[in-house]
Design a protein around this ligand. Sequence first.
Ligand code: HEC
Length: 446
Amino acid sequence: MLALLLLACDESSDAVEEADAAASIDEAAVTWHQDVAPIVARSCVGCHVDGGIAPFALDSFSSAAPMASAMAAAVEEGRMPPWGAQQTDECTPRLGWKDDLRLSDAEKTTLRSWADSGAPEGDVATAVALPDPVSLALDGANQQLSPVQSYVTSGDSDEFTCFVLDPALDQARWLTGVQVLPDNEKVVHHALIFAIDRDDATALAGDDGLYDCFGGIGSDELSLVGAWAPGAVPATVPENSGMPIEPDQVFVMQIHYHPAGEVADPDATAIELRWIDEEPEMEAVLALVGNAGSERDGLLPGPNDDNGVEFRIPAGAVGHTEEMAFTIQSRSADYRVFLAGTHMHYVGTDMAIWLEEEGKEPECLVQTPAWDFNWQRGYAYDADIDELPRLNKGDTLRMRCTYDNSLDNAGVREALADQGLSEPRDVYLGEETLDEMCLGIFGVLY
Ligand code: HEC
């Protein structure tokens, strides 16, 4: 499938001061128990809980009240909850997203009013019911796989470790859902799960069952089957579909760790799987399309090209773009896109993907205008199969990645520091920390 698609070729306190005086809500009336707690329970507590990935809890009045101004500022400025897929002047996806944690304007105003009136508690006796916590369990899961051995993170630099997980299938089966069961939630930042050949996995990991891996998992023949970030609901495919997995395949789970200094407790993050044995009506695939590793594909001429069309982001370049286009060649194609995502490394700042069908206005599938490597994920459309964007023979996927290879880019500073460097250097296509990619992630049904 991958081959088919590829063939073608400020400071928050300022904001607090600028309180929205025009807010129409009666500020005195906004309280934690009556108004704020339900919003925070739905959109924040998945991470902001003791032992969670966020550095502080927001799951009670006493933990949230001192943070009220910071909370209002973080949601107004779009930093929280972390959610990359935003609407912009050039990209308004036709469909909404599933499990969208973002706050409505009215909810943002509620947080702001609460903060500006001194974060009152309200009356616990008449507290409004909190929404049920979002269930993170994978309904109907029928297999759990744990790593052969746990991994101990240490230091201040991010680490990327791949674990081999063998489902030991004796015949082909179809995967309909994957959930990651994080063990040491303080250090597990995000995870990608791939299916690859058992022999390849053995060659990479040996008997340890794990190996270092940053940009890629070290195999070209791979299919992505799931992506996870803290608080994420299980990755599932639409009804009547499944991802085929063969008996000679195993899973590789790539975990991005944020070590908690010195030496942290070991981590033995596991996965839960849901299988069906009957061939489903449609196959589902997560396809990676774009430029990554040594492949250079579909690249269009762009700024700073020196030697013909090249993927090179000169040191210091700001607003540098790489654009690429892939035309669907497969004859039988009538793919439906149920999920879209973007992927770059630390130099990237913005990525957008359009679907171009002859004679029609290009349709923007997704844009992540404030790309943050730390919060990458796929975004699933909240729609029936009939409404999903379609990909047919002759349609083109066009992608544009924007990079800032200067010290103004926090990602560049982080990546350079990680490598013990102080000045940006020219960046090329590759899989290391200081290389770049421009990759679209597409969940497709066919
Ligand atoms: C997916 C996990 C996640 C969710 C959901 C989340 N946060 Fe956070 N939050 C974090 C992490 C991790 C940090 C610390 C690192 C950082 O700043 O990115 C953080 C930091 C913060 C900070 C301090 C830094 C800043 O940017 O101001 C505030 C305030 C905050 N969160 C408020 C919220 C509120 C309010 C919500 C809900 C509307 C929320 N967060 C939802 C993970 C999350």
